[in-house]
Design a protein around this ligand. Structure first.
Ligand code: GUN
Length: 285
């Protein structure tokens, strides 16, 4: 079987063009979209992710600010920052890069972000809207995966989807989105017995656990669609996904590479959510 490698870089580039046009339209009316990313501490991966988000913001015409707080920043300090940004009309999107240091309660922080500025889609209000089928801001990684599936013309209605990973950021929202498109959804996780027995049934496998090369060719059925959300840094410095990419070639219908697959789509969806937040604010004004 010829395996199609889904090019996330090319798709992200196309979508960013449309986002740039929407941002320019807002800017013409004096309503340039604004995004603030807050990062706490020294996690090297978070630094890379946030600087990418800032760079892409500039590319699409979103005003952006990066707030960097030391690892000893208190929860109260972070809450004060968020409250100030909630009240700032030029800022339409606020994101707090996760994970946060252990002394800060992530739930309290995410709940402090005004739901209409929650471009990550992590506030319970936005989670609830997604769960009840009226999505406002959909978490960026699963939104990016859905955009890839749609662009590739992959049918979901009535198909078996297996997600590996149950995080609030990827696994759970991914399940809701696939469910809304009519897929039969299974969420597997670290306590799942016999993972392969689930993945081998799947028409669509989404791997999102952060375990290098966890999913090999023996775990998927011929002709499946395999989406790799993992980003793992090996000790030799290489960046790899949760899927053994090479082993999929010739066996599955579609696979996403790492890097160059879901990653660029995640950042693109953040831009789309920020422009949407600015459009909604502009309509409400
Ligand atoms: N950490 C890992 N993924 C994400 C994400 O999509 N948003 C934020 N804020 N932090 C993350």
């Amino acid at each position: 079987m010829d395996t199609r490698v889904i090019d996330g870089v090319a798709l992200a580039r196309r979508l960013r063009e449309a986002i740039r046009e929407r941002a320019a339209e807002l800017a013409k009316r004096g309503r340039t979209p604004g995004l603030v990313a807050i990062r706490v501490g020294d996690d090297p991966a978070s630094k890379v992710y946030v600087s990418t988000k800032m760079r892409v913001s500039v590319e699409v015409g979103i005003y952006s600010e990066h707030v960097e707080l030391g690892a000893d920043a208190t929860e109260e300090e972070l809450l004060r920052r968020i409250q100030a940004l909630n009240a700032e009309p030029r800022i339409h999107g606020i994101l707090v890069q996760l994970p946060l240091p252990k002394h800060i309660a992530t739930d309290r922080i995410l709940e402090a972000i005004a739901p209409e500025k929650d471009v990550d889609g992590f506030h319970p209000c936005n989670v609830g809207l997604l769960a009840t089928g009226q999505p406002r801001f959909v978490p960026c990684t699963p939104a990016g995966v859905m955009a890839m599936l749609e662009t590739e013309g992959i049918a979901l209605d009535g198909r078996e989807a297996v997600i590996i990973g149950r995080s609030n950021i990827v696994g759970k929202p991914m399940a809701l989105l696939l469910l809304q498109k009519g897929a039969t959804v299974t969420i597997c996780h670290s306590r799942t017995q016999d993972l392969s027995s689930h993945t081998r049934r799947a028409d669509i496998v989404v791997a999102a656990v952060g375990r290098p090369h966890l999913v090999g060719a023996g775990m998927v059925k011929p002709g499946a669609v395999v989406i790799d959300v993992g980003i793992n840094r090996l000790s030799d410095g290489r960046l790899v996904g949760d899927v053994a990419f090479q082993s999929m070639l010739g066996k599955v219908a579609c696979v996403t590479p790492v890097p160059g697959g879901v990653g660029p789509m995640t950042v693109t969806m953040l831009m789309a959510n920020t422009v949407r937040a600015a459009e909604l604010a502009s309509r409400a004004a």
